[in-house]
Write a protein that binds this ligand. Structure first.
Ligand code: ZN
Length: 274
């Protein structure tokens, strides 16, 4: 922790959220933790801590990120470690027991998959998906904003991922493939794809909507628990909410049930819908 904090520049970290100006020995800005117009939030560069004379919040880079990003201490440390190019110690026997290396591999796979699903949407074979989007009034801008995509069939994506060097086991671990006998197939085959993106902009899972008119099965299929996806902790469109908050603040949010509800609300100007 000492090494991490010595390699971290608190001014750089805080400046990403709060404009700071140097005055005397300290840097000053408007406190992000309470509402104010005159800066009473001071950052001491030498001692690497901040203190607000208004609301009395204070701490170091870890506590700042924890509060700002609304994340656990562990995740704040992880973010700073990545920036400082320091390797996290490996923890056994808890939720972190899947190595970060393996998680990064799954995240890379999911990102590749999302890009490919998105590209598929422009192919000739995506006619059913495009017809559905048109019927629901989802235009090109929204498709891009939400990174929507299309899974052509049960095998096309897996062939693509194999060419990119991923194994069947990795596709299974990422929640994209399942095994029937010795054959693997894309569990989202034929579906319109909604990537689920976390607050750090990482694709962690997918929701897929069937395009059959009267399916004899659930309309939506979602990634179940994986090493990078915890259903109980993820909120769809949180990545967009975060950007909106940084851009113009947030007086309220709208929570709704489904992916299409979120997209429809964004279309109607409610870009704080999740
Ligand atoms: Zn304050």
């Amino acid at each position: 922790m000492d090494e991490l904090l010595s390699r971290t520049d608190l001014i750089t970290v805080i400046s990403r959220y709060v404009p700071l100006k140097k005055k005397g020995g300290n840097w000053w800005g408007c406190c992000p933790f309470h509402h104010e117009k005159e800066p009473s939030f001071a950052v001491n560069e030498q001692k690497q801590f901040y203190h607000c004379f208004g609301c009395k919040e204070s701490g170091n880079a870890v506590s700042f990120l924890q509060k700002m990003e609304n994340i656990e201490r562990f995740d704040a440390i992880k973010m700073l470690a990545a920036e400082a190019h320091m390797e996290m110690p490996h923890f056994e026997g808890n939720a972190e027991s899947v190595s970060q290396e393996k998680k990064n591999r799954l995240l890379a796979l999911l990102k590749d998959a999302a890009r490919h699903y998105y590209a598929n949407l422009s192919s000739d074979r995506a006619e059913p998906a495009r017809a559905y989007l048109e019927r629901r009034g989802v235009d090109e801008h929204l498709v891009k904003k939400f990174g929507l995509g299309y899974s052509i069939n049960g095998s096309e994506m897996l062939e693509y991922l194999r060419k990119r060097g991923y194994t069947n086991a990795e596709m299974k671990d990422a929640g994209i493939a399942e095994q029937k006998g010795d054959r693997y197939y894309d569990v989202y085959g034929g579906r319109l794809m909604f990537p689920i993106i976390n607050g750090f902009g990482e694709i962690i899972a997918f929701g897929g909507r069937t395009l059959e008119q009267n399916p004899g099965f659930a309309k939506y299929r979602n990634t179940s628990q994986t090493a990078v996806f915890d259903k109980s902790k993820a909120v769809y469109a949180i990545n967009l909410l975060k950007k909106r908050k940084q851009r113009q603040g947030l007086e309220y949010i709208v929570m709704t049930e489904g992916y299409m509800d979120v997209i429809a609300l964004h279309k109607g100007g409610f870009d704080m819908a999740v």
